[in-house]
Design a protein around this ligand. Structure first.
Ligand SMILES: NC(=O)c1ccc[n+]([C@@H]2O[C@H](COP(=O)([O-])OP(=O)(O)OC[C@H]3O[C@@H](n4cnc5c(N)ncnc54)[C@H](OP(=O)(O)O)[C@@H]3O)[C@@H](O)[C@H]2O)c1
Length: 352
């Protein structure tokens, strides 16, 4: 009840349990159910500075495939028997810090589980009246920020230029296309299947929309980019990149954000070594290819949130969410994310 500086807000009767999905073994190729284990364990009560949270929504993101592997990466892997990592929107059940009260809704990093204990200083309070709370995991969260920072810092689209992006109905790709339009560029979206292609045009306002599974995809891309490609925001790699490479203009910029087509690969694809083809394009066309991890640009977060919130309010930025019910469905939903079964930002609804 109290609001004075040192009062602890307690409501829950211990012991509190969490049901969690842990990494049981490292996948080879596609992650399978056998690589995970669901277990219910007791949670330690929150220490000073911590809060006990109930997970409402869990974000599933392609980067999690990298965390399941112990291959060298920009972040350490999830350890065997450790809870799978992930951003979460949660309800505060108990807080030792007066900054949060029971019932508050927060963005945290609770992982694939029903409850978590986290440091309050790592949590961001959300205002459910300002935007639907799930947007903190998508368009107004890490994926939206990835699109904003990678496109504007590396892609730098100019009015009239052509921007191409794949996985274009996903939270990164859809945001890239719409910010490209806001910058006055022409946006060409690539997605898998007719339903997604229709969404690109009708919902997200792409100037052209293509299906990368179409047998004549490369010809369609050429027809949709009569003036070539100035910015290719790389989300997928694989055959889409092969079709893009010959269309790139002199001085084209390629923010390399993700390579989801390769995340389950266990070896290099067959075929001739095309490194010299790539490098001769880089040289002849003075291409800029730059990989990035969104955390490199966190100093731009203060610009992103007000801009994206305003664009959402104006209707210039739209989003699409694929909400799957139940933590039990996290593994099959994650399998589907890597093969395009999701239709928009994939979120698991863990509790009401
Ligand atoms: N660098 C960073 O800091 C950072 C941060 C966030 C995300 N990312 C990357 O950004 C990319 C998009 O992430 P997201 O969260 O927006 O995911 P997403 O688009 O919701 O999901 C991934 C999509 O990739 C597409 N895909 C899968 N396999 C493909 C293939 N073989 N060829 C072409 N497309 C394929 C599918 O869409 P279709 O059905 O349309 O093919 C699938 O829906 C990912 O590569 C992710 O790793 C990077």
């Amino acid at each position: 009840m109290g609001t004075m500086g040192t009062v602890t807000h307690r409501k829950v009767v211990p012991p509190m349990k969490t049901t969690r999905i842990v990494l049981a073994s490292r996948p080879t190729g596609r992650p399978e159910p056998a690589n995970f284990r669901t277990e219910t364990v007791e949670l330690d009560p929150p220490k000073p500075g911590q809060a006990l949270l109930q997970t409402l929504y869990l974000s599933l993101d392609p980067y999690m495939r990298g965390r399941m592997s112990d291959a060298p990466s920009y972040a350490p892997p999830v350890e065997i028997d450790e809870t799978m990592c992930g951003a979460t929107v949660s309800r505060v059940l108990e807080s030792t810090d007066p900054a949060l009260r029971p019932g508050d809704i927060v963005l945290g990093y609770g992982g694939w589980q029903t409850h978590s204990v986290e440091y309050v200083s790592y949590l961001r309070a959300l205002d459910p009246a300002a935007a639907p709370i799930t947007t903190a995991l998508g368009v107004l969260g890490m994926p939206g920020f990835t699109a904003y920072s990678g496109l504007l810092t590396i892609g730098r689209p100019q009015p009239g230029e052509t921007v191409v992006v794949a996985a274009a109905t996903g939270p990164v790709g859809a945001t890239v296309g719409q910010i490209a339009k806001i910058q006055g560029a022409r946006a060409v979206g690539i997605a898998g299947g007719p339903e997604k292609v229709a969404l690109l045009r009708d919902r997200f306002g792409f100037d052209a929309a293509l299906d990368h599974r179409a047998p004549d995809f490369a010809d369609q891309l050429a027809a949709a980019t009569p003036d070539g490609i100035d910015v290719y925001f790389e989300n997928v790699g694989g055959p889409v990149f092969d079709a893009v490479l010959p269309r790139l203009n002199k001085f084209a910029r390629i923010p390399v954000c993700g390579l989801v087509a390769n995340y389950n690969d266990t070896e290099l694809p067959p075929g001739p070594d095309r490194l010299s083809l790539l490098m001769s394009n880089v040289l002849r066309k003075s291409l800029t290819l730059r990989g990035f991890i969104q955390t490199e640009f966190l100093d731009q977060a203060g610009d992103f949130y007000p801009a994206a919130t305003q664009w959402l309010a104006d209707g210039r930025l739209k989003y699409l969410e694929d909400v799957v019910d139940g933590l039990d469905n996290a593994v099959p939903a994650f399998q589907g994310l890597l093969t395009g079964k999701n239709l928009g930002k994939l979120v698991i609804k863990v509790a009401e």
